[in-house]
Ligand binder design. Structure first.
Ligand code: PLP
Length: 427
């Protein structure tokens, strides 16, 4: 459920008409609903608690939508942060999320980043390989402390909405194998600068079927029990993120309640463990839209009474890359409703690449220059993946709360866009 609805013939975010935001901030612009973010987080947490999973650490995956105001909304509800870089840890801290609720993941953490994370007092560093374990031990030794670590295990399960976002197969770069995990856990348990807390997995993103989760989580439970049988202390089990969301081009995927109930079954009777989760998309995706304006309607006849109709928008692949990168589907809605019969359009942006096509032959009501459209379900992996490609200023972001809204990232000026670049002296 989300708070984007048509009222009086116009698409609103909560009690705010989207046209009001377009008038004031211009387009393209991302618009997020505070109430939807809060609802998604609360439903996720309550589902886990109802399934008997205790008081889990819910570390929102910052990479899905890393705006500091979004992090503040979630942090105020008690969310932690799953981070993959020093920049993301800094964002979480800036939003007021304390180190003890921060998880540091990622396959290529640098020495400097590990030091920063340890100084920030993160809850767990998710170690992805043996060389990384050595590096964490070295950095922790230099600081004279014991690094809280969790081993990210690759459960060798295929899952995920697209090959580029599947992470849980043995051939993917993520995590250690089960055998390595047992050996490294034992080594780390005896190390003066390492404190192994438990194990983690994250098998992919936009997973719309519970079976691969169940397979992976069953293996993870087995690993916890095997480690304990060898005398090791295991107090944390981090089950990652990856739960899919409806993008409205297929039947609704299982929701948090079914996901949580399945985990409750798989983990029944497992004692003395704190669960951690790293949801990103399921919290943010349907809490945001990308609002864009029509620049042109270009009809190219084929001489036989047919042809193609291109709806050229002021938003492009640099603002929302999911269609180009993952062949992703986004529902596109006109902001002002009409009864006019829909026609098939290719919806494209102005960037000089054929990949800058959001969709082909989508049935949309007739639209013309200046009309507003909203890309639905764009709150996750939207603004966070935006770039300045084609020297288009980074897309701004707005947060709505009822009938008020705030610009939470403004559109940079062209001067700002050029400011970081300098001419080589010898030119
Ligand atoms: C990307 C990622 C997540 C979040 O995935 P979603 O599909 O957005 O829930 C969680 N954990 C790790 C380690 C990730 O890389």
């Amino acid at each position: 459920m989300n708070h984007f609805e048509v009222r009086g013939g116009e698409l609103h975010c909560e009690d705010t008409p989207l046209s009001r935001i377009a008038e004031s901030v211009g387009t393209p612009v991302y618009v997020y609903s505070r109430a939807t973010l809060e609802r998604h987080y609360t439903v996720f947490r309550d589902s886990l608690v109802a399934a008997g999973l205790g008081d889990p650490l819910i570390a929102y995956a910052v990479k899905a939508n890393s705006n500091v105001a979004v992090l503040r909304v979630l942090g105020d509800l008690g969310a932690g942060a799953d981070t993959v870089s020093e920049g993301e840890i800094r964002r979480a801290l800036a939003a007021g999320i304390p180190g003890e609720r921060i998880v540091f993941s990622g396959v290529g953490k640098t020495r400097g980043e590990i030091e920063f994370a340890l100084r920030a007092g993160v809850s767990e560093i998710n170690v992805e390989s043996e060389p990384e374990l050595t590096l964490v031990a070295e950095v922790a030794g230099g600081l004279g402390l014991r690094a809280p670590i969790v081993f990210r295990v690759n459960p060798d399960v295929a899952a995920g909405g697209h090959a580029k976002i599947a992470t849980g197969k043995a051939e993917n770069k993520f995590g250690v194998s089960f055998d390595e995990a047992a050996r490294l856990y034992a080594n780390a348990s005896n190390h003066p600068h390492l404190k192994p807390l438990g194990v983690a997995c994250h098998i992919g993103s936009q997973i719309t079927d519970l079976a691969p989760f169940e397979a992976a989580f069953t293996r993870m439970r087995g690993l916890v029990e095997a480690l304990r049988a060898e005398g090791m202390t295991v107090e944390r089990l981090d089950l990652g993120g990856g739960l899919g969301v409806p993008y409205f081009d297929m039947p609704d995927p299982p929701g948090p309640a079914e996901y949580a109930a399945m985990i409750g079954r798989v983990m029944a009777g497992l004692e003395a463990i704190r669960f951690a989760f790293e949801p990103g998309r399921v919290i943010a995706a349907n809490a945001g839209v990308l609002l864009a304006s029509v620049v042109h309607l270009h009809e190219r006849p084929n001489g036989e009474g047919g042809g193609r109709r291109f709806l050229v928008l002021d938003a492009a692949m640099n603002d929302l890359i999911r269609p180009a990168m993952y062949d992703a589907f986004h529902d596109i809605r006109p902001v002002i409703e009409t009864d006019a019969a829909p026609v098939a359009c290719d919806v494209v942006g102005p960037v000089c690449e054929t990949g800058d096509t959001f969709t082909r032959e989508r049935m949309l009501p007739p639209l013309g220059p200046g009309d507003l459209v909203a890309f639905m379900s764009a709150g996750a992996y939207g603004a966070a993946m935006a770039s300045e490609y084609n020297s288009r200023p980074l897309v701004p972001e707005v947060l709505v709360d009822g009938d008020r809204f705030a610009v939470i990232r403004r559109r940079p000026t062209y001067d700002e866009m050029l400011a970081a670049e300098t001419m080589a002296e010898w030119l």
